[in-house]
Design a protein around this ligand. Structure first.
Ligand code: PEP
Ligand code: MN
Length: 264
């Protein structure tokens, strides 16, 4: 169902508030890695909206490497983000880590994210396939493009056709960056599949200074959008501060992205 053989024309995923992903317009999903407080979501939402971002991101359930690290605010956090989305007329995206969380996510958010660590959690894939909200499926850090497409198939085969594929960096022998963002995946996915492709340069390179460069590369290589971490005070962030853009960097990047989008 994910293949071009099954469906020739590009899929346009319709999100609430008239946002369409996979069409002519490039979408920027931005916000903090984690929803840390009501104030943070208010402040960041405003920054994202004013700079031209179209979707607000924020994690309420965080898949942290350490069990002692901040795990997210859960439902309380989802309420904060929903309120900001409502106020700014922006759709929101957040991650579901378990089957039990899916109902909550589909209640409060407009797009459900499946994180890299859960790309092959097949019960979770089936669960998001059984509900109606669009799904952003992130590629596992050690998964091939084929495996990503097979995971998308799990969601599609349950009846949810609103699936976006996300390259967020894979593990290679390279250790000078957090992950290696596989730009090759974009033309390959575009050839094999009709689904929209989103890139995540924040996790993809993991170094604030270089995130903008890879964001521009993402648009140049043909992505339908990007998902990017922004924080008003990254040094205080409870998650992924070192890769979160400062508001000023984000504003400048948005201008540059518009230029790149015009050129491609
Ligand atoms: C995130 O978006 O903050 C995240 C945890 O992403 P990934 O699953 O790609 O690591
Ligand atoms: Mn993150």
């Amino acid at each position: 169902l994910a293949s071009r053989e099954f469906k020739r024309e590009n899929t346009v995923v319709r999100v609430s508030r008239n946002v369409e992903i996979g069409g002519k317009k490039i979408h920027v999903m931005a916000g903090p890695c984690a929803i840390e407080s009501r104030d943070l979501m208010n402040d960041t939402g405003k920054i994202v909206k004013e700079a031209g971002g179209t979707i607000l991101r924020g994690g309420a359930f965080k898949p942290r490497s350490s069990p002692y690290a901040f795990q997210g605010l859960g439902e309380e956090g989802l309420k904060y983000m929903e309120a900001v989305g409502e106020k700014l007329h922006m759709p929101t995206i957040s991650e579901a880590m378990t089957v039990e969380q899916v109902e909550l996510l589909s209640k409060y958010c407009d797009i459900i994210q499946i994180g890299a660590r859960n790309m092959q959690n097949y019960d979770l894939l089936k669960a998001v396939g059984r509900q109606k909200k669009p799904v952003l499926l992130k590629r596992g850090m050690a998964a091939t493009v084929k495996e990503l497409l097979l995971s998308a198939e799990y969601i599609l085969s349950q009846g949810n056709y609103d699936v976006m594929l996300c390259e967020r960096g894979i593990r290679t022998f390279e250790d000078s960056t957090r992950f290696t963002m596989d730009l090759n995946a974009v033309p390959v996915l575009k050839k094999f599949s009709h689904l929209p492709v989103i890139l995540d340069p924040s996790h993809g390179i993991g170094i604030r200074e270089h995130v903008g460069t890879m964001a521009k590369a993402s648009i140049a290589v043909g992505a339908d959008g990007i998902i990017i971490e922004v924080h008003p005070r990254p040094e205080e962030a409870l998650s992924d501060g070192p890769q979160s853009l400062l508001p000023e960097q984000f504003r400048n990047l948005m201008k540059e992205l518009n230029l790149v989008a015009k050129a491609v």
